[in-house]
Design a protein around this ligand. Structure first.
Ligand SMILES: [Zn+2]
Length: 412
């Protein structure tokens, strides 16, 4: 519990900043600085994942099946992609390599190509090789233990091992990517055997911990074993899978294991293209893409939702200031990031609960939760209570985030 330490002067200054933030809200939001956006493209049955860092570093992992190629190219170009610094083919199966043929046939420059070192015998793979040759690109075999720095991204290769298994799926390139404090794991189509191999190596096992997991092999029942999921410890799991595929992907038991491991699940067959954005501290999924999810997920998903928001003041007696006939609690966002307040609560000792609506609080913003009146200039939060809430002879205010975690308490 924390006592009030803020002075009125500081709050007035914060109020001015808040007014500026309201006027330039979108600028304040967009001006946060560096971000990484990871897009799991809806390519039907297959994988295609695009990592775009704010400095212009682009990594494309797989291209989906041949039929998805033009869609992938159009999507990337629509999004303003100018070049691909790193192209990764996890393995040579058609649902991963097919769409890369169109990417290589497009005008998008490609600087570097990694693959699993295992050539495939299919005509689709041969077409991919021909396009590489046409561009003068020589693919680099990825191997466990390699590390790379791609712009602001730290990448570590966890698979294939040396020597490999000779199986396309099991020899998929597994990539751990770190951006700030947020970690991502891309697993291609590995099965339980490779998961086991990774778990048996202390280094690889440690490298596999991630906040966001691309679920292996489209959610196959033969991947995503419980020990592997526990080692990864992902908060969010994305399954790249086509609707009505003939493989039974994703398997019910895999979904159950993911849920048991505490992961929130997104699927390209249900959520379409999934975009996860991070500032290096938290990650967020755009609500637009969550329309078909249960209500609990129908908001921004964040790995550190609470940030540094605190209760700055409680104005408890309207009678002492004729200019302010209503009571209010003032909260202040001291965090450099905008904080989503959706589902947060404010309560007093007598348990009068205000539940915050969908509202993103910019940095330096002051908001007031009025007892009775509506004040849009102070974020518009009001109990609409009709009578006093905050006792004049002492009370406590408790601010909880949407998970029920206590963010701040303020007593007088
Ligand atoms: Zn596949």
């Amino acid at each position: 519990m924390r006592r009030n330490t803020s002075s009125r002067t500081k709050l007035m200054l914060a109020g001015l900043l808040a007014a500026a933030a309201l006027l330039f809200g979108s600028l304040a939001y967009g001006g946060l600085g560096e971000t990484l956006q990871v897009t799991y493209l809806d390519v039907g049955q297959g994988d295609s994942i695009w990592l775009h860092a704010a400095d212009g570093t682009d990594v494309l992992i797989d291209g989906g099946p041949v039929a998805a190629g033009p869609t992938v190219v159009a999507y990337l170009q629509d999004q303003g992609l100018d070049d691909i610094e790193v192209l990764v083919l996890t393995h040579g199966d058609a649902d991963h390599v097919g769409g890369l043929i169109a990417v290589l046939q497009s005008a998008i420059p490609v600087e570097q190509v990694f693959y699993n070192g295992l050539d495939h015998t299919t005509a689709t793979y041969a077409a991919f090789q021909a396009e590489l040759q046409h561009r003068g690109l020589t693919p680099v075999p990825a191997q466990a233990g390699q590390t790379y720095i791609w712009g602001p991204l730290d990448a570590a290769v966890l698979n294939p091992q040396v020597p490999g298994t000779g199986d396309q799926n099991e020899d998929s390139v597994v990539l751990a990517v770190t951006y700030g404090a947020v970690r991502w794991l891309f697993t291609g189509d590995i099965g339980s055997a490779t998961e086991q191999t990774i778990l048996l190596s202390d280094t690889l096992r440690a490298g596999a911990t991630a906040d966001v997991l691309k679920v292996a092999h489209h959610g196959s029942r033969y991947s995503s074993t419980t020990p592997f999921l526990d080692a990864v410890g992902a908060e969010l799991a994305v399954i790249c899978v086509g609707a009505d595929n003939t493989y039974g992907h994703p398997a019910e038991e895999t979904l159950a294991r993911l849920r048991a491991a505490g992961a929130r699940i997104l699927r390209t067959d249900q959520n379409n293209t999934v975009v996860v954005r991070t500032d290096g501290q938290t990650f967020q999924v755009q609500a637009d893409y969550l329309l078909f999810l249960p209500l609990a997920l129908n908001r921004w998903v964040s790995s550190a939702q609470t940030g540094d928001v605190h209760i700055a003041d409680i104005f408890r007696d309207g009678a002492i200031d004729p200019q302010e006939p209503d009571e209010y609690v003032e909260i202040y966002n001291a965090d450099p990031r905008p904080i989503q307040l959706d589902g947060w609560t404010l309560r007093d000792e007598a348990n009068h609960v205000f539940t915050f609506p969908n509202y993103v609080m910019p940095p330096d913003q002051v908001c007031r939760i009025y007892t009775n009146q509506d004040h849009p200039e102070w974020c518009g939060f009001s109990y609409g209570n009709g009578w006093a809430i905050w006792n004049n002879d002492g009370d406590c205010a408790y601010l909880h985030d949407s998970t029920g975690t206590l963010v701040d308490a303020y007593c007088y």
